[in-house]
Design a protein around this ligand. Structure first.
Ligand SMILES: Cc1cc2nc3c(=O)[nH]c(=O)nc-3n(C[C@H](O)[C@H](O)[C@H](O)COP(=O)(O)O)c2cc1C
Length: 397
């Protein structure tokens, strides 16, 4: 796998250093800290990274690699029980739900789907077929998440090799929240994205061309401003925001300024003079306005929009399947060197958001059964930020 930031030689040297430290002694092991470079190295070649931290079995490599999946607020709400060398159970983590912005767990289940699809692609890349059974013991209520699995996942040696090329784009995939530049997304590019994604469950609808895009921006911007001005909803971002590097790489989850497309001197100034994670600071008018202005500049630089539309029962199974297609799309975009950023404030299931949802749905002329599950902007950008993932021991049951 190619990655612009690391030569393979440097990577091997680095992971050798890492594994050497791990094996020397538990005391020395503590000196090794997960940081920015490790986060990048992990994404560059997750299988090699897994080996070098002692995960040799295919099932372990698959479980670790799938944590790179996009997930709501980088909460990583997954719990895994390894059953055997060829199977695991995936559970939702009820301590990592976001009720204020996701009251019916729609995005929570999308996030289970992204994990499962990436696990499937990782298994394929390692030479295994996978069988996924959704909710093998029934759909859990909020109180049953720890006992009723979201899915069973089983691998068996591949019968016919049809390696899905999407997996090769994993090192380049990220949620890119920077300002985009360059040309508008073309009709041909949207066709290529559709073909590469090859969705199993949802329909992809593209909004292309300056005028069309402009006509949807008010929904995105106004719904973001609405959410930012609601205490409970704005509080979710505060709780999951990590300001200093030490916080980002010790907690290894959540959101950050760098992940929001702000880096270098701008990030330094923002952290030093503006960004305030205290309750009063975060909810102050100045802080909310700064966040809305940043979002506006992101949204206005969109070079295309994409919507993920389902047409079934709009239930937990459909949300998981949506997440699976969303995973495929995000890899397809990475493969075409396109930047992609999900923006869902107008699609959420609390009353203030529902108003925006209904307006977009009617503007699109969708049928009653059709449901916009997710939407995002597309464009071009060289910005990169590899958001961290937690240690596997935090996820394993
Ligand atoms: C279901 C779902 C909903 C998301 N919604 C948003 C969103 O509204 N705004 C946003 O900036 N990112 C959104 N994201 C992106 C996540 O925050 C992102 O995947 C996570 O922080 C990890 O970063 P990475 O994808 O770069 O690895 C969403 C991701 C998923 C899977």
């Amino acid at each position: 796998m190619n990655h612009p930031f690391f030569s393979r030689k440097k990577f091997i040297f680095k992971v050798f250093q890492t594994s050497a430290i791990f094996s020397l002694s538990p005391v020395l092991g503590k000196l090794y800290a997960y940081g920015k470079e490790e986060s990048q190295i992990f994404r560059q070649d997750p299988f090699l990274y897994a080996e070098n931290i002692g995960l040799k079995k295919p099932i372990e490599k698959i479980i670790l690699t799938a944590t790179i999946a996009p997930n709501s607020h980088n909460t990583q709400p997954w719990r895994i029980k390894i059953e055997s060398d060829s199977s695991f159970l995936l559970y939702g983590d009820d301590k990592r739900t976001l009720p204020a912005i996701d009251p019916i767990n729609r995005q929570f289940y999308h996030t289970q789907g992204t994990y499962l699809e990436l696990a499937k692609l990782a298994a394929d890349a390692l030479g295994y077929d996978s069988k996924i059974s959704l909710f093998p013991k029934g759909i859990p209520s909020a109180k049953q998440m720890n006992v009723l699995p979201v899915a069973g996942f089983q691998i068996s040696p591949i019968k016919q090799r049809t390696q899905d090329s999407l997996f090769l784009s994993l090192p380049k995939r990220q949620m890119n929240r920077s300002e985009y530049s360059g040309d508008w997304i073309t009709e041909d590019e949207s066709k290529e994205l559709r073909n590469l994604t090859n969705p199993n469950s949802i329909q992809l609808k593209f909004i292309l061309g300056e005028d069309q895009i402009q006509s949807y921006l008010p929904f995105l911007i106004d719904s973001f401003a609405m959410e930012t001005n609601l205490k409970a909803q704005n509080e979710v971002t505060r709780v999951w925001f990590r300001k200093e590097s030490e916080d980002v790489y010790s907690k290894r989850d959540g959101l950050s300024l760098e992940g929001n497309g702000v880096s270098g001197i701008k990030a330094w100034i923002a952290k030093k003079f503006f960004l305030d994670l205290s309750y009063e600071g975060w909810h102050s008018e100045a802080s909310k306005n700064a966040s809305i202005e940043l979002f506006k500049s992101q949204a206005k630089s969109s070079k295309g929009l994409v919507l993920f539309i389902s047409k079934g029962n709009d239930d937990a199974k459909e949300w998981i399947r949506t997440g699976m297609d969303f995973m495929r799309f995000s890899l397809a975009a990475a493969g075409k060197n396109l930047a992609f950023h999900t923006m869902n404030q107008a699609l959420e299931d609390y009353p203030e958001s529902l108003g925006f949802y209904n307006e977009i749905k009617s503007k699109l002329g969708l049928q009653k059964k059709e449901r916009i599950q997710l939407l995002g902007r597309l464009g071009r950008s060289d910005y990169h930020y590899e958001s961290p993932r937690r240690d596997l021991k935090e996820i394993l049951i």
